[in-house]
Design a protein around this ligand. Sequence first.
Ligand code: CU
Length: 277
Amino acid sequence: MRIAALAVLLAVVVAGCGSSAPPQITVGAARTYQLAGWSPAQVSAGKPTTVSFRIDQPSGAPLTNYRTGSGPHTGVHLIIVRSDLGTIIHHHPKPQPDGMFRQTVTFPTPGRYKVVVDAYPALSGPLRNFQLIRWITVPGKAPHDALPRFKPVVNVGGYRFALQGKPKLRAIQANFMSLRVTRPDGSPATFTPWFGALAHAIFFRAGTLDYFHTHVCSAKTSGCTSVFGGSRVVGTQTKPGVLRVGVLLPRSGTWRLFLQTKLDGRVLTAPFTLNVR
Ligand SMILES: [Cu+2]
């Protein structure tokens, strides 16, 4: 059937070649997954706003069937970063039966933000996840802080995140960094699972805002491995308070790592600047 239809189409195209008025051939846009139903159109800095959206499938129907389970690779991850990499927002909204997501978000300052909707559909086949992007400009005067240089130790809320040695990172390869996390009293931190993982490592490249995301999971959690091309990486907790974070980045350059963990009931974000060769 298809071949016959194609043959007819080719015949029409060939037939059109010799005529004085060539036929107009309109090529439609490739059908892909798309962010749809986005609202609101405008947001203000510092005000909690309900953001809503859905994902439309190549068929045009809303995507309603998302991966579930105990690990982090489920549903959608809504990740919003300011273009100077000065702030990050990370939520895992739950899909409504009609495929809509609703999430309260506060954009802390004016500026240009990249919204990444990292989706894990429950599909058979090789497609694990994909990202859809939207840019939002929050009106007002945007802060412009220069990206800090690499620093091996970051203090957040009295907790200390210390990289063990200077990481040697290369693009496209799976690399690992060890991080020792201690409480304000110096004792090893205890990581509580949050959004299915003991730690989330979210990476954005300075300037282009390329994105990658890896996880550290507890031993019994499945669906934690991140994949890029032929490489895969998963982090582990090696000792109390020590995380072995997998790094797998698609390009060289300066990257900002936002390491997020839940410690003693609070979600903390430790940012690191990384140089990738
Ligand atoms: Cu995550």
